[in-house]
Design a protein around this ligand. Structure first.
Ligand code: ADP
Ligand code: MG
Length: 286
């Protein structure tokens, strides 16, 4: 059974005029079929307005489909009686760390979720410790979140979700407001959670370099999933990707330019090491 499965999901926002009368509808998600297996690292790519956030909000029942069905760990997100189980299964991290941190001390902030869930207090502190350690923020447990960097704040927000022991974390452009150092810290923390603790990760981003290590990439455009596959498969389709306003990783682009000049290289090269290896092979250096 897939951990998350969407079956022909469509969502429309209703547009109203200033008097509240319905003016029309915006189809933000259009007939999306997607399945995510336990333990996978999934990336969702797409330019602004392609429907990524709207789709993500279906994964923990913040929104319900107008048509189609979403299952989280086998539970239909429309079933009111499952709403808390669903929210506990799939935790969300959003773009702006400042909107997600409530506590005045790091460890209190991380404790907030399990406290609300009624977890016994001894267990709360065990969870807080473990969550902070797994994002490498334990030494900051007594600090005030307001004095931390953006990357550190996002890792606190991730720890807050982890403390609720979800099976899956959905991160909606978690690095969009961060500098390169903060971006790396957050992505590395997320990768570790996936690889070491087996937590399913759904990462929404428009930074191509962040999706290279994903097991599977879904590319969205105008509410639809227009491409999916491994990063190598998806980034082999350079012209289709650029047509919908996205770029490919810089290494892939460089490889493409070299190919145009006659260097023999395979499609979909993603990392610097791969490219160097292939160039050396083609020059018969190794
Ligand atoms: P993304 O996260 O990929 O940028 P969104 O899911 O935020 O895309 O938006 C998808 C579409 O839905 C866009 O056309 C956007 O303008 C529209 N939309 C998003 N949120 C709302 C809203 N609250 N009310 C009306 N339209 C919205
Ligand atoms: Mg968005």
């Amino acid at each position: 059974m897939s951990l998350i499965k969407t079956d022909k999901v469509t969502y429309e926002y209703i547009r109203r005029d200033k008097d509240g009368a319905v003016e029309g509808v915006n189809k933000a998600v259009d007939n999306v079929d997607m399945s995510v297996e336990q333990g996978q690292f999934i990336a969702i790519l797409g330019h602004n307005g392609s429907g990524k956030s709207t789709l993500a909000k279906h994964f923990n029942a913040l929104l319900h489909p107008v048509e189609g069905t979403v299952f989280v760990d086998g539970m239909d997100t429309r079933a009111e009686e499952h709403i808390w189980d669903i929210r506990q299964t799939a935790g969300m991290v959003f773009q702006n760390p400042d909107n997600q941190i409530i506590g005045t001390v790091v460890e209190e902030d991380v404790a907030f979720g399990p406290e609300n869930m009624g977890v016994p207090s001894r267990e709360i502190w065990e969870r807080v410790q473990k969550s902070l350690k797994s994002v490498d923020m334990y030494t900051y447990r007594k600090h005030s979140p307001s004095r931390l960097s953006g990357g550190q704040k996002q890792r606190i927000a991730i720890a807050g979700v982890l403390a609720m022991q979800p099976k899956c974390i959905v991160l909606d452009e978690p690095t969009a407001m961060l500098d390169p150092v903060g971006r790396r810290e957050v992505i590395n923390a997320v990768l570790e959670l996936n690889k070491k603790e087996g937590i399913t990760v759904i990462l929404i981003t428009h930074y191509m370099e962040e999706v290279i290590k994903a097991d599977r990439v879904f590319v969205m455009d105008k509410g639809r999933v227009v491409m999916s596959g491994s990063p190598r498969e998806v980034f082999s389709r350079v012209s289709e990707i650029t047509e919908i306003g996205l770029s490919v990783p810089q290494v892939t682009l460089l490889a493409q330019e070299l190919k145009k000049k006659g260097v023999k290289l395979p499609d979909g090269l993603l990392t610097c090491e791969e490219l160097v290896g292939e160039i050396c092979r083609s020059l018969r250096i190794i």
